[in-house]
Design a protein around this ligand. Structure first.
Ligand SMILES: Nc1ncnc2c1ncn2[C@@H]1O[C@H](COP(=O)(O)OP(=O)(O)OP(=O)(O)O)[C@@H](O)[C@H]1O
Ligand SMILES: [Mg+2]
Length: 287
């Protein structure tokens, strides 16, 4: 990350709380979640439990088909689970809502709007005053390192810049939890690492829990307060790890020094072995 918005140079927490004025978010809780897709006999998710508090960045890690996106869709309210419950605070989640923002791998940005308009699109729909929209847009644009780009169109941006806009839009919304499905997987390794640092910089200040999906063991270990190692057929959590590497980054340790630390490498290799041992997903037999 550049000096302008490293952990060490990001905008102060007070600014973001005036921008969003929401305070710390509630915990998003999923209990005993099982999902059977129509016509399938094997569970896409079986007895999954997750807690995402305002200080948590929970990362789901696992091979293709282990149910990561299914779990995100349940948390977002896009899918109603076959069994189990999802609550935000003490309120049952019954469908999609503005309290949970989703950032996808390729962002659903609106090409006919500029960067600032995309960032405050949700706020505008919720009826925020124009002055508030302008203030939030300016703050978020600075926070994600896009100063000077507010009036540019989406097609003028690189892939990494588009993901910055997607992240800014999620933070600008009144969401209490942010759900990210492989947000950085289409980026080159250098941009990807910058985005990981940006996420660590902004997520804690936002006072909101985050749930992120990745295939990348290194990304999971670097970002997560908790890694959920998942395995397919049926999709389930096989191991939970609580790394402290993201906290070390926020305390000022350089990313490269963290990622080449023997403790980081040992944990990375152990998780990788766990993933490689997972059974390959087989086609389900129709019910
Ligand atoms: N709409 C659907 N209908 C039927 N089966 C589905 C549907 N969506 C996903 N599945 C199945 O559920 C299982 C889990 O899929 P899911 O997309 O959650 O996995 P994933 O871990 O996100 O995979 P990837 O890493 O490839 O994105 C897979 O076996 C998949 O084929
Ligand atoms: Mg997926």
């Amino acid at each position: 990350m550049t000096a302008s918005h490293g952990a060490h140079g990001a905008a102060p927490a007070a600014e973001i709380s005036t921008a969003t004025a929401l305070g710390p978010g509630p915990t998003l809780t999923a209990r005993d979640i099982s999902v059977y897709y129509p016509g399938q006999t094997r569970a896409a998710l079986a007895a999954v439990r997750v807690d995402i508090g305002p200080q948590d960045l929970v990362v789901a890690l696992g091979p293709s088909g282990c149910g990561k996106t299914t779990l995100l869709n349940v948390l977002a309210g896009f899918i109603v689970p076959s069994q189990g419950s999802v609550t935000l605070g003490n309120v049952p989640v019954r469908g999609p809502g503005a309290d949970r923002a989703v950032v996808f791998q390729s962002n659903a940005l609106l090409p006919w709007l500029d960067v600032a308009e995309n960032i405050v699109f949700g706020l505008k729909l919720q009826g925020a005053a124009p002055q508030e929209q302008d203030a939030v847009a300016a703050h978020m644009i600075a926070l994600v390192g896009l100063a000077g780009w507010g009036r540019r169109r989406i097609w003028e941006l690189s892939g990494g810049m588009r993901q910055r806009v997607g992240l800014a839009r999620a933070l600008a919304s009144a969401s209490r939890v942010i759900l990210l499905d492989e947000p950085f997987s289409a980026l080159d390794p250098f941009t990807r690492e910058q985005m990981q640092e940006l996420l660590l910089d902004v997520w804690r200040q936002a006072g909101r829990g985050a749930f992120l999906i990745t295939h990348d063991v290194e990304e999971a270990l670097f970002l997560a307060t908790e890694v959920l190692l998942m395995s397919p057929a049926p999709g389930r959590i096989t191991e939970r790890v609580r790394p402290d590497f993201g906290a070390r980054y926020r305390a000022g340790e350089p990313t490269r020094s963290i990622k080449k630390d023997p403790a980081f490498i040992a944990m990375r290799e152990r998780l990788l072995e766990g993933i490689l041992r997972a059974p390959a997903p087989a086609a389900d037999t129709p019910a």
